[in-house]
Write a protein that binds this ligand. Structure first.
Ligand SMILES: [Zn+2]
Length: 303
């Protein structure tokens, strides 16, 4: 058996589309990495058994359970403050009120750490860019939904009940549609990739990935970006952060109007500050961000 300093993190990022997993060393080097569609896990009736089948060979290759410090998960899921129960995961079936931590700890007898994917993403960017040790850093992730995270002095802020930073679900006057969260009129109904996909399908009959290149100057497309910028400006107005990390699949689509986004955020901030000093930095598009972010989170959680 290895001593603590030589043990590895076994990390899994469970996203709506992909399940990424790998072994990460104590200095956050990726020792092993793989990616499969998350549909298998979504369809599996027994989530624990599915993950055991997937991860047992990885454990064996790396010297067995005794060489692993913990299993660390990054999930696109709401969860309780103690990070033991998944409340729901909009794009994966069978995660409603699932006590995943206990299920997995019983399977391997290893500590299991869970965290929301937006938080592990932000931890990865703080680590990679050597920033965030002082003050507030905000992460805004425009993906299928409008994701959000916040760190204070390098630590992820989870909130009193563990459900902080639900930026996509701030109320907008005059919006009557129901949101997937069960509430009416959330800003996400006009500000996320799902809305862009609808516009692409219904107005332009094109792939959503082409929408900025082909129709990026159209008012309905720009309106989605503008609404994302208004949500961002709202949070910046309240928190006056050191910087905003901007990521998510939509921002990585060809032709994403980054300048338009930044201009709209700034136009909606007060002068002279925070408008003059606001920094918006792109999140890293690295495929392993969630897996290494899970290791970074596990290190803090195990202290
Ligand atoms: Zn909502």
């Amino acid at each position: 058996m290895k001593d603590m300093d030589e043990k590895f993190f076994l990390c899994v990022e469970i996203g709506g589309t992909n399940l990424r997993y790998g072994v990460v060393t104590k200095d956050y080097t990726l020792k092993q990495f793989d990616k499969i569609p998350s549909k298998g896990l979504s369809d599996a009736r027994d989530k624990g058994e599915y993950l055991k089948q997937l991860l047992d060979p990885v454990l064996e290759e790396n010297g067995g359970v005794s060489n692993i410090m913990c299993i660390s998960l990054s999930l696109a899921s709401l969860m309780n403050r103690d990070r033991t129960i998944c409340y729901n995961s909009p794009n994966i079936q069978g995660f409603d009120n699932l006590p995943l931590k206990a299920i997995l700890e019983n399977l391997w007898g290893l500590p299991v750490i869970m965290e929301r994917d937006v938080n592990t993403s932000l931890l990865y960017d703080l680590w990679k860019n050597h920033m965030g040790q002082e003050g507030i850093v905000i992460g805004v992730y425009i993906g299928t939904g409008l994701g959000n995270a916040m760190s204070i002095d390098g630590k992820v802020y989870k909130g009193y009940t563990g459900s902080s930073c639900e930026l996509g679900h701030i109320p907008v006057d005059g919006l009557e549609k129901m949101c997937g969260c069960g509430k009416k009129g959330c800003i996400e109904l006009r500000a996320c990739g799902k809305v862009l996909a609808e516009i692409a399908r219904e107005h332009y009959k094109c792939q959503v990935s082409d929408i900025f290149v082909k129709y990026g100057d159209q008012p309905d497309v720009l309106d989605v970006v503008r609404m994302c910028s208004l949500a961002t400006a709202t949070e910046v107005t309240i928190l006056d952060p050191v910087c905003v990390v901007l990521g998510g699949g939509v921002t990585q689509m060809p032709g994403f109007p980054m300048e338009y986004f930044i201009r709209n955020v700034k136009e909606n901030l007060r002068t002279p500050e925070p408008r003059a000093s606001l920094r918006i930095v792109p999140a890293s598009p690295d495929a392993e961000a969630g897996v290494i972010g899970a290791a970074l989170n596990a290190y803090t959680a195990l202290q």
